[in-house]
Design a protein around this ligand. Structure first.
Ligand SMILES: *[C@@H]1O[C@H](CO)[C@@H](O)[C@H](O)[C@H]1NC(C)=O
Ligand SMILES: *[C@@H]1O[C@H](CO)[C@@H](O)[C@H](O)[C@H]1NC(C)=O
Ligand SMILES: *[C@@H]1O[C@H](CO)[C@@H](O)[C@H](O)[C@H]1NC(C)=O
Length: 291
């Protein structure tokens, strides 16, 4: 009843959070890409298993080299959880030529990128625009996180764990560029701390769920106890009331007795008095005949 309803609404809330992680192409069509950073309100999305770059580009695993970066400098612009694509968490380039799909991006070096759709070899082409998004840097594998733990974690917690684990290995290399990578510029180096972050968010998600269920059960038990107490008090009060009534009846009885006893001497008259005392069935009749 109440408990079941509570659990149901909890599940609805959780599934609502999971449903929120939809990824959109620049033309607002949905994709099966998955968010790179489920902790964030807005996140870039890449195909499941692809590498997510800190500048919000993606790397297909077939091009992934030993160092985690592309072996042929080919990356792509993926999707984004922000339908409007106005968020700085979305990739800022190569959105117009293939708005309903991912679009190829080539790294030209020195932090510069160009769109593969602009020219066959866009790095060497003067007609292809170059965008500075900083050197490619991997921070996650898309879909590596357990979706069920998509409980919004305060960003201070996650970024705190990130910085503490990444300070040693990645000294300030976020490159000289603007806006685009600002949201994710302080992300992980590829491998070691990713597991930690995952374990942390899994732990937080699980304990939040358990805490919620415990609170629900506790509240349920408490309310039941309160109801039981109330019932007990009611019964007790009823018993007391009954007792009082009985006492009052006895008193009345005694009073009447005294009254008639008194009259016997005081007022000699021919009188027949019939009284019924008590309304609980015990009929008592007093008959006085005085000559
Ligand atoms: C997003 O940006 C476009 C222009 O690029 C603008 O027309 C639109 O209002 C913006 N939407 C939001 C929600 O900020
Ligand atoms: C995502 O980005 C859009 C555009 O910048 C913003 O309006 C929206 O509030 C963001 N959503 C979240 C959950 O941060
Ligand atoms: C910063 O940009 C300058 C030119 O814009 C470039 O020469 C330099 O290599 C860049 N630094 C890094 C760390 O990419």
């Amino acid at each position: 009843m109440t408990l079941i309803r509570c659990i149901l609404s909890f599940l609805v809330i959780v599934s609502g959070v999971v449903d929120a992680a939809i990824c959109y192409n620049p033309d607002r069509s949905t994709t099966d890409n998955v968010p790179c950073n489920i902790d964030a309100g807005n996140s870039t999305c890449c195909a499941k298993g692809a590498s997510c770059l800190s500048n919000n580009l993606c790397l297909d695993p077939t091009f992934r080299g030993q160092d985690g970066l592309s072996i042929n400098n080919k990356y792509y612009r993926g999707a984004c959880t922000d339908k409007t694509w106005n968020s700085t968490a979305c990739a800022p380039i190569c959105k117009t030529k293939l708005p309903g799909f991912g679009e190829g991006v080539v790294y030209c070096g020195s932090g510069e990128y160009c769109c593969q759709e602009d020219a066959s070899n866009c790095c060497d082409s003067n007609s292809a625009k170059k965008f500075n998004l900083g050197e490619p840097k991997i921070f996650n594998i898309a879909g590596n996180q357990v979706v069920g733990t998509a409980v919004s974690v305060p960003s201070a917690t996650s970024s705190g764990s990130r910085t503490s684990s990444s300070t040693s290995s990645s000294s300030p290399s976020p490159t000289n560029d603007s806006g685009a990578s600002s949201t994710t510029s302080d992300q992980d180096p590829p491998n070691n701390s990713k597991g930690k972050t995952l374990a942390l968010s899994l732990g937080i998600g699980l304990s939040l769920g358990i805490l919620l269920i415990a609170i629900t059960i506790g509240a349920f038990w408490w309310i039941k106890r309160l109801q039981r107490r109330q019932k007990e008090t009611q019964i007790e009060m009823k018993a007391q009331l009954k007792e009082q009534e009985l006492r009052f009846d006895n008193m009345e009885h005694a009073l009447r007795q005294a009254y008639f006893d008194g009259r016997q001497f005081e007022l000699p008259s021919r009188e027949e008095v019939s009284h019924e005392v008590g309304d609980r069935g015990e009929k008592t009749t007093y008959r006085h005949e005085v000559e």
